[in-house]
Design a protein around this ligand. Structure first.
Ligand SMILES: [Zn+2]
Length: 142
């Protein structure tokens, strides 16, 4: 695990530090789509010298190299997903949680709608469903 994370940092040209290793460990298998601030908050106790800037630039380097998905779901905030496989997200406007939505059956978003943007080639589709989740249903209007 540590070897794997060290290799990742090396590949990114980042110096291997306990702080950066902790950031990678915190992301590993995380399905809560944390923001940089949330990751910083989680690690602050164990790594009091860890700066928010280090969290930001480590996440940015990972995202730029396709090792992390950067999700611009809410205004002025980025959330991160270590699962870079092809999938969508659902954002609960009430509690703010972000859920993974995996395609069922046929691959999603294979083409642009017929007649739209003629001559354009589709590169990728990133879909966000805005929802009131199971726990929040009925509270949408509060
Ligand atoms: Zn909710």
């Amino acid at each position: 695990m540590i070897e794997q994370q060290s290799a990742k940092l090396k590949e990114l040209g980042l110096r291997i530090t306990p702080q950066r290793l902790a950031i990678l460990a915190a992301l590993d298998g995380d399905t809560s789509h944390p923001s940089a601030m949330e990751i910083h908050r989680r690690l602050a106790e164990g790594y009091p010298t860890l700066s928010l800037a280090t969290v930001y630039n480590t996440l940015e380097a990972l995202a730029e190299n396709g090792m992390l998905l950067e999700l611009p779901i809410t205004k002025g905030k980025l959330n991160y997903d270590p699962d870079t496989s092809d999938h969508d997200h659902a954002y609960c406007s009430v509690c703010g949680r972000i859920f993974d939505v995996f395609p069922e059956g046929e691959p999603r978003g294979a083409s642009l709608p017929a007649g739209a943007l003629e001559g354009a080639r589709l590169l990728s589709v990133r879909r966000v469903y805005y929802i009131a989740c199971k726990e929040c249903r009925g509270k949408e209007d509060l």
